[in-house]
Design a protein around this ligand. Structure first.
Ligand code: WT7
Length: 653
């Protein structure tokens, strides 16, 4: 893929405005960094299995493993075979047993200002009770349990309780629609769903249980719905199916032995968007995942005992799974968990929280950094952020302007920034600086983590030593997704076909520079990255065409200074509807109901026809040119040039 194509694939986003400045690790940081020996890169590359094995050995095993890696049947890797362990025991029991029962796991802050100190001891007790409660409902090893929750400690407890008994959780981000919850429960055959009465959104309880109640009624496999009381809204309860969390937990036995899980037993599935309308159930397993996330968390975030770590993501995304719940707990960290919006009740809410708890490590997304930047420096300056020592970024390429602002304004010019590239599929961070070792360049995620090998390939599969192309990972890693839930062929087809079964096709275009630094450009598939959230163009298109007044729809990602990319929908109305503001508003609501508010198109254009090839294929490339106001590329295959003229007229009006 050429750079031009890559830029087109990313919606024309011009995020990589260059700065020549580079940032070596501050000497005082480097002097006491967890990773301070540059030799680890070479040693890990020479013997990656020994490297990962050394991290696996730091876990608490019920039964030690026999073999580090079995890669005899690529792309289906097996790590730490023969070993048995339990994730909740690694996250909780071992710390409590070591006397850290009173250590704070989460400083939790509700949007309404409620504050709780959640200790490891409390989490262990609640997790065991919740595990027994699930068991009492007939849920056990291998059963799928849906979780649709706000950012409350019970969400972590629910996940940990599943791992305690070997149930596979399937978390759906709290901002998704009822229809999305139903789809994900249905395709995974979930037996139970844990949810809350409501979530607080800018001070108002927004129903969760009541919102999904009618829709989940038709699910055959779903036997139980467990409702956490977050906002006291008393939702309708269906006798026999619905249970109150507090009642179940209260009645449950407080002791539950952890289920010894095979290293390769599934830990969770997490649905994410791909190139088709049907989301993919990314499946992670037990030991490899825990190894990958604990290693990266310890080295990338330079985690120390006295740190107060804050990953400001949502548990509904992989970032929350790996770096709010599992890695911080397994590493015995003290974290901040915040429930609400960054600008509620005021634009300094985040900085107030960071000051209150003395946050030392902050991990967030470029879109949030850009929002804070826009709200103004004064909100940051009002607060004492002098405890901060490390900043992280994830989810999309960070534009150098936001990087520099983050570095100066938030980090006071003294904190290294780790721009971490990874995916739901990779489970753990893959390309990233190590803050005590790597000189950073704003906008680049820098170099692969020790033990990881990344390359840029051209479309024929030849390696490009310096330049742009398809990003691939060429060695198995412990936290890699093992398959797509119940769709192993689709797993092979999507990731391991194009360049062979030992080369993981990432789906991102990237460029590697003269220093071997990687610069992620954007997706090469039909995936749009809105505020670091992944959406497929097909998903949004099929939501649009399910509306009676839509004949046809084509969706593209366009550059957006706030959200990185934004959704632009081209729609041909049907049923005598006219493409006006009313229809546009209606369609936005419709998409929100079908997928979730995050999928609402930001811009829309209506046309009697869309630009197509003579064989009837929509030419998205031209739509991208039109949306960006660019000269049109090759139009020789275009069936009806009038269509394009009409659209161009509309958008320039
Ligand atoms: C896609 C993965 C990984 C957790 C959040 C998103 C993009 C992610 C970066 C980064 C440039 C990034 C890629 C990737 N992405 N991190 N640091 N720089 N791009 O997880 O929903 O699985 O999305 O997000 O395009 O493929 P996800």
């Amino acid at each position: 893929m050429s750079e031009e194509q890559a830029t087109a694939a990313s919606g024309g986003i011009d995020v990589l405005l260059h700065t020549e400045r580079t940032f070596p690790p501050p000497p005082e940081f480097a002097a006491r960094a967890n990773a301070s020996d540059p030799g680890i890169y070479e040693r890990a590359a020479a013997d990656p299995e020994a490297w990962w094995g050394s991290w696996a050995e730091k876990l608490d095993w019920i039964e030690p493993f026999d073999e580090i890696l079995d890669w005899s049947n690529p792309p289906f890797a097996r790590w730490f075979t023969g070993g048995r362990l339990n994730v909740s025991a690694n996250c909780l029991d071992r710390h409590v047993a070591a006397g850290a029962g009173d250590r704070v796991a989460y400083f939790w802050e509700g949007e309404d200002g409620t504050r709780k100190e959640i200790t490891y001891g409390w989490l262990l007790e609640r997790t065991q009770r919740a595990a027994n409660a699930l068991r009492s409902l007939g849920i056990g090893k291998g059963d799928v349990v849906g979780i649709f929750m706000p950012m409350v400690p019970e969400a972590a407890v629910a996940m940990l309780a599943c791992t305690r008994i070997g149930a596979i959780h399937n978390v759906v981000f709290g901002g998704f629609s009822a229809a999305s919850v139903v789809e994900r429960m249905e395709v995974s055959g979930a037996k139970a769903l844990i949810t809350a009465d409501a979530t607080l959104r800018r001070g108002k309880p927004t129903p969760m249980k009541a919102a999904i109640d009618a829709a989940i009624g038709g699910l055959d496999s779903l036997e139980h719905v467990i409702v956490v009381d977050r906002a006291g809204t008393d939702p309708p309860m269906t006798a026999g199916r619905d249970h109150r969390w507090e009642e179940l937990i209260g009645a449950a036995d407080p002791v539950c032995e952890p289920e010894p899980m095979d290293a390769e037993d599934p830990l969770y599935i997490l649905y994410t968007s791909g190139s088709t309308a049907k989301p993919k159930g990314i499946q992670h397993t037990t030991a490899g995942y825990l190894t990958g996330i604990t290693a990266t968390h310890k080295l990338v975030f330079d985690l120390k005992d006295d740190d107060v770590y804050w990953c400001a993501a949502d548990i509904g995304w992989v970032t929350g799974h790996s770096y709010i719940v599992y890695a911080p707990l397994a590493n015995g960290a003290t974290s901040v968990m915040y429930e609400g919006a960054p600008n509620y009740p005021a634009e300094d809410r985040w900085w107030e929280i960071a000051e209150r708890y003395g946050v030392t490590i902050l991990y967030t997304a470029p879109t949030a950094i850009r929002a804070c930047m826009k709200w103004g420096d004064e909100h940051v300056d009002k607060h004492d952020l002098s405890k901060l020592r490390l900043l992280g970024s994830v989810g999309e390429p960070i534009n150098p302007r936001a990087w520099l602002w983050y570095h100066e304004r938030v980090g006071g010019g003294r904190c290294p920034i780790v721009d971490t590239w990874w995916q739901t599929e990779t489970g753990a961070i893959m390309i990233t600086p190590l803050p005590g070792l790597t000189t950073t360049k704003p906008g680049s995620a820098t170099i692969p983590f020790p033990g990881i090998e990344a390359k840029i390939l051209d479309d024929e599969g030849n390696e490009i030593a310096e330049g742009g192309g398809n990003l691939v990972l060429t060695r198995p890693w412990p936290a890699m997704a093992r398959t797509l839930y119940k769709e192993p062929e689709r797993f092979v087809e999507t990731y391991w076909k194009r360049f062979g079964p030992e080369t993981y096709q990432v789906g991102d275009a990237a460029r590697v520079d003269e220093d071997g630094y990687f610069w992620i450009v954007g997706r090469t598939d039909d995936v749009i990255n809105v505020s670091g959230h992944r959406l497929s163009t097909m998903e949004v298109e099929s939501a649009l065409v399910s509306h009676p007044n839509v004949a046809e729809a084509a969706v593209i990602g366009v550059a957006d200074e706030d959200t990185g990319q934004a959704i632009f929908a081209f729609v041909t109305p049907a049923g005598g509807a006219s493409g006006d503001g009313a229809l546009e508003a209606d369609l936005r609501d419709h998409v929100a109901a079908k997928i979730g508010k995050l999928a609402r198109p930001k811009r829309m254009a209506f046309a009697d026809d869309l630009p197509k090839t003579r064989s009837g294929k929509i030419m998205r490339r031209l739509l991208r040119d039109i949306a960006a106001g660019r000269e049109l590329g090759d139009v020789s295959t275009l069936r009806d040039p009038e269509v394009v003229k009409d659209l161009k007229r509309q958008l320039s009006a």
